[in-house]
Design a protein around this ligand. Sequence first.
Ligand SMILES: [Zn+2]
Length: 293
Amino acid sequence: MAEPRRVVAVELGGSKVWCAVGQGGALQQPVRFATTTPEETLARVEAFVASQGEIRAIGVASFGPLELDRTSPHFGSLLASPKAAWSHTPIAARLASTCGVPVAIDTDVNGAALAEQQLGAGERLSPCVYVTVGTGVGVGVATESGLLHGLLHPELGHLPAPSLCDFEGVCPFHGRCIEGVASAPALARRTGRRPEELPDEHPVWSLEARYLAHLLAAIVLAHAPRRIVLGGGVLARHGLLERVRHELVVLLAGYVPRPELSDSGVAAYVRPPALGEYAGLYGALLLAQPPGS
Ligand SMILES: [Zn+2]
C-alpha cells in the first residue's frame, strides 16, 4: 500500500501562526501561536514539523510582501515589510534547509483565494478573487492557470482611494489608499473608537461600503472574475456586505452587462468566505499538495 502523502500547512500571519498536518485533503491537529520574532516564530514552526515524523512537503501562506519570482535568489523571502524585523527573512529557504523537504510558498491572501476557489465559496470558478478587510486590505487572485504573480503579487489593497472625504488615511506609503482609508486601523483613527464598538448606524459604514465598492469595481474591471469572495474582520459588521454589493452595482452603472452585476444577481457573485479562519491554512495545504497530486 502506498504511503499516505502527509504534508505540513503553515499560515504565517502578521499576528498569529497556524500549523497543521494535511493528509488526503484534510487538515489535522491545527495549532496556533503568536507571531513574534522571525527566529522564535520559525523555530516553533520547525518544532511542529519535527514532531510530525515523515512528511513530504511544507506549504506556507505568508503575510507579505513576498519575493515570488522563481528566478530570484531570494525566492520565498519577505521583501521590505511594515513588520520591520521580518524584512528580508528567507522563509522558504530556511524551512527547506532545516526541515529537509520542498517548501511551496505564496501570500496568505493568494492562498486563501486558492482555497476558497477550490474548496469554498469560489465553487471552482476562475478567475476567483479573494478580498480581506481587517488589519490590512489584501487581495488574492486565483486564475485558471494558478495564482497570479508578475513583477510582484496583487497588492490591490494599496489602490489609490477616491476622494470621498477629507480623512488623510493611515497607510505609511500612500496615506489615502484603500487600505489607508478602509482597514480596521483606518476606521479606528477616523472615529476614535475600535470598529467593533461602532454602532451599525454610524455614518462611517456608508463611507466604508463606498470605498470597498471602488476596490471591487477595480477588481471587476481589471480581472473580470467569475466570483469575488469578500471577508475579513471588518466584514463581520452586520449589513456591510449588502451595502458593498449595492454600491458596486451603482458604481459600475450597468457597464458590465452580466446578471452577476445586477441588483438581483450580485449577492450570488460577491460572497462571504466559506472556510472562515481556515482559508489561509487550507491554501497552504493546497500549495503543498496541489489537487490531483
Ligand atoms: Zn497604501
